[in-house]
Design a protein around this ligand. Structure first.
Ligand code: MG
Ligand code: ZN
Length: 382
C-alpha cells in the first residue's frame, strides 16, 4: 500500500513538471525584393526672404559672433552652403556683378546691374515674383539705387548711373521700398524729372526722413510704399541709424497682409562692407550685430509662418579680415589684408521649406536658380 502511494506521487509530480514542448519551426528568411519608402512630400515656400550681408564673410560673422557672447542667430539655420563669388571678368567681384549673379542668375562683369556680359538685360527673381502677381520689397541700409538692391529692379551697364537706375523704379512696381538716396529722385543732374512726384502719381505712398520717422507710418496695403531714409548714404548704425529693423518688420507685415499667395523680400545689411573698406573692425561688428538682430526677427517670422524660405548670404568678403592670435572673446585682435573685396567663398545659410537646396558648394548664380526652382517654378507647375 505504501509503495503504491509513492509511485502515484512520483507519477503525479512528473505529470505536473512536464511542460508541453514548444516546437520552433524556423521559416526560411524572406528575401525583400523592393523597399518602397514613402518620401515626405516636399513643401515649396510661399514666401521668400533673401538677406544679403554686403561683405559678410566668415570672419565678419565670427568677429560679430565672438563679440556677442559667442552667439549668432545664423546658428538657427539648419542648412549651410558655400558660394563662389567671382565675376565674369575678375576673380574678385564687386557688389554689382555678384548681385546680378544671385538676383538674375547671370555671371557678369564688375559694374553690371541686371545685365549679362554683353550688357543685355536679364530678369531678376523680383521680376519673376512680380510676374506671378506676388508683392515684392527691398529694404537696405545703403541708398536704394546702390548696386545690391539695383540688380533686382534695374538694368544698367554701369552701377554708378544712379539717376538712370532710380528712373527704373518708375516701371518696376516694387511694392515696398526703403533705403537712402533721395537726391537721385528729386534733384537730378541728368534731367529735371521729379521721380518722387512721378511715383506718387503711380500709386506710391512716398515719404522720407525729413518728414517723419518710419516707425510712425502705417503703410496702407492698397498703395505701394517708398520711404527714403537719407538724402545720400544712410549713416552707420554707430552714428544712430535705427530704421533697418522696424523697416524690415514693417515690410514683412505689409507684404504678408497684401497677398495670400506669398511675397518676395530682400533685406540688405549694406554697411558691413563699408566697415571692411574703412578697415574698421568695430564698424564691421556693429553693422553685423544690427543685421544679426534682424536675422533673428526674420527667423522668428519664418518659424511661426512655416511657409517662408529664408536665405542669408553675402555678395563677397571685404577687407581680407583675420582674427589674429592673442585674441580673446572680449578682445579681438583683427587685421585686414586690403581695403578692397577678396575672392574667398562666402557662406549661405537657409531655413524653411526648400532650404535643403542650398547645401553644398556652388556658383553664386546658383542662388538664383535654386530660389527660382522652389519659389517660382514649383508655383507655375502647381
Ligand atoms: Mg551692397
Ligand atoms: Zn564693397
Amino acid at each position: 500500500m505504501k509503495s503504491y502511494n509513492i509511485i502515484a506521487l512520483i507519477t503525479i509530480s512528473l505529470l505536473f513538471s512536464c511542460k508541453p514542448q514548444i516546437q520552433i519551426v524556423e521559416s526560411p528568411p524572406k528575401i525583400i525584393e523592393k523597399i518602397v519608402e514613402v518620401e515626405p512630400e516636399k513643401k515649396n515656400p510661399k514666401n521668400l526672404i533673401l538677406m544679403i550681408g554686403d561683405g559678410m564673410g566668415l570672419t565678419q560673422i565670427s568677429a560679430g559672433m565672438y563679440s556677442n557672447e559667442n552667439y549668432t542667430e545664423l546658428e538657427r539655420c539648419p542648412i549651410v552652403g558655400l558660394q563662389k563669388t567671382h565675376a565674369s571678368d575678375n576673380l574678385v567681384t564687386d557688389s554689382a556683378a555678384s548681385a546680378t549673379a544671385f538676383a538674375c542668375g547671370a555671371k557678369s562683369y564688375n559694374g553690371a546691374i541686371g545685365v549679362d556680359q554683353d550688357t543685355m538685360p536679364v530678369k531678376s527673381i523680383l521680376h519673376y515674383a512680380e510676374q506671378q502677381d506676388l508683392p515684392t520689397g527691398l529694404v537696405v541700409s545703403s541708398t536704394i539705387v546702390h548696386a545690391t538692391p539695383a540688380a533686382f529692379y534695374s538694368h544698367n551697364k554701369y552701377r554708378k548711373n544712379y539717376e538712370e537706375i532710380a528712373a527704373d523704379l518708375i516701371d518696376a512696381d516694387v511694392d515696398f521700398l526703403v533705403g537712402g538716396g533721395k537726391k537721385f529722385f528729386d534733384r537730378r543732374k541728368m534731367d529735371d524729372r521729379n521721380l518722387l512726384a512721378e511715383l506718387s502719381e503711380k500709386q506710391y505712398s512716398v515719404s522720407h526722413f525729413a518728414e517723419k520717422d518710419i516707425e510712425a507710418i502705417n503703410p496702407s496695403s492698397d498703395k505701394n510704399f517708398l520711404f527714403l531714409t537719407a538724402d545720400q548714404d544712410p549713416i552707420p548704425v554707430s552714428g544712430g541709424r535705427d530704421y533697418l529693423l522696424p523697416a524690415s518688420q514693417k515690410a514683412i507685415n505689409y507684404l504678408d497682409s497684401k497677398s495670400n499667395d506669398g511675397f518676395f523680400l530682400m533685406i540688405e545689411g549694406s554697411q558691413i562692407d563699408w566697415g571692411g573698406h574703412a578697415n574698421l573692425a568695430s564698424y564691421v561688428v556693429s553693422e553685423f550685430l544690427e543685421y544679426n538682430e534682424i536675422i533673428g526677427h526674420v527667423l522668428d517670422f519664418a518659424e511661426k509662418d512655416g511657409n517662408t524660405l529664408v536665405v542669408i548670404t553675402a555678395d563677397h568678403e571685404t577687407g581680407g579680415l583675420a582674427i589674429n592670435p592673442g585674441s580673446s572673446m572680449d578682445s579681438l585682435t583683427t587685421q585686414f589684408t586690403t581695403d578692397k573685396h577678396t575672392a574667398t567663398m562666402v557662406p549661405v545659410f537657409a531655413y524653411g521649406p526648400g532650404a535643403e537646396e542650398f547645401s553644398g558648394i556652388y556658383e553664386n548664380t546658383e542662388i538664383f536658380e535654386k530660389m527660382k526652382k522652389v519659389f517660382i517654378d514649383a508655383r507655375v507647375q502647381d
